[in-house]
Design a binder for this molecule. Sequence first.
Ligand SMILES: [Zn+2]
Ligand SMILES: [Zn+2]
Length: 83
Amino acid sequence: MSLHIKQNTPGRLISFFLFQVASVLQENAAMRPLIVCTICNTRDRRVVFLPCGHLLTCEVCGQETDTCPACILDVSSRVVVNQ
Ligand SMILES: [Zn+2]
Ligand SMILES: [Zn+2]
């Protein structure tokens, strides 16, 4: 697994998000449907929204949304997860 950090993300946030991503990926290993994008329902989830840390969308949908679908927070930057 590797992470591609986009835009300027503070270091303290990166460690928080790595933790979020690791826990999400662990859940996903057991529950495959959870890793499907919540917007298009076809592609794998790849984008962690900052600052909320939610991993909900694929790379395509993640780039097109400005607010997190789960908590409606404005997305300030995105972390793309490549498994
Ligand atoms: Zn999608
Ligand atoms: Zn969120």
